[in-house]
Every structure is written in structure tokens, then in C-alpha cells.
Design a protein around this ligand. Structure first.
Ligand code: SF4
Length: 118
């Protein structure tokens, strides 16, 4: 089975052809012009990861708080992370970089504030 993906590690955006075994395991990649593309292809086809950004309400503030993961999390967790963010309660003040949710869903990634709110 073949899959076409685009490497997002640099602006060149190489289009790569990934070959997977019948059981869906990574077999080979072509079309990448450097090793970073091969690493990305393997990761993307076995355990795709994504950074998550969101905005959440803050008690006592009319301005919502922008937050993000400090490391990429498995793509399949995005919906569950958003549900967790819907349950979180934050109040003023908030400092940029403050951890809002530590080790969200056991992913090893924290949700952190990307701005300060007084
Ligand atoms: S394979 Fe290398 S050159 Fe191509 S987009 Fe990825 S990082 Fe850039």
C-alpha cells in the first residue's frame, strides 16, 4: 500500500511516497531529499503527532486565554484533549508559560498559556 504525504519540516515541502506493509507498518519512503523527511514519514505513518492550540474562557476575564501544548501529542488524542480543555477552570491572573493542564491525558505534554492576562 502506498501513501503520498508532504514533508512539513522545511519550506521545500517534498512530496514523498511511503510504502506500508499489508498490516500498515512502515516499509520505505522515497521522494525525500534529506533524512529529516524519512523520519517525518515514518512518524506520520506510525504515530502521527500534532501541536494543539486553543482558546479557553477565564473566570473574571472577558478575554479568552490562548493555550497550546508544549510538545506534540498523538493526533488521535486531539478530540479528547479538547474535551479536557472544555472542563478546565482558569482564573486571573495568568502568566504566559503557566501550566494550565500538566501531562494532559498522560501524553507527557503540558497545556500552557501563550499569553498573560491580569
Ligand atoms: S525532506 Fe528534507 S528538504 Fe524535503 S521538506 Fe523535508 S526537511 Fe525539507
Amino acid at each position: 500500500m502506498e501513501q503520498i504525504i508532504t514533508c512539513i519540516n522545511c519550506p521545500v515541502g517534498c512530496r514523498m511516497t511511503v510504502t506500508l506493509t499489508d498490516s500498515g507498518e512502515f516499509e520505505s519512503v522515497s521522494g525525500n531529499t534529506c533524512p529529516r523527511g524519512a523520519s517525518y514519514a515514518r512518524q506520520e505513518c506510525t504515530l502521527p503527532l500534532r501541536m494543539i492550540t486553543a482558546v479557553i474562557p477565564v473566570s473574571g476575564s472577558r478575554t479568552p486565554l490562548s493555550v497550546k501544548t508544549n510538545n506534540p501529542v498523538p493526533k488521535k488524542l486531539i478530540g479528547s484533549v479538547m474535551e479536557e480543555l472544555g472542563r478546565v477552570s482558569v482564573s486571573l491572573p495568568v502568566r504566559a508559560g503557566q501550566v494550565i493542564l500538566r501531562d494532559v491525558l498522560g501524553s507527557g505534554s503540558d497545556i500552557v498559556a501563550t499569553r498573560s492576562l491580569e
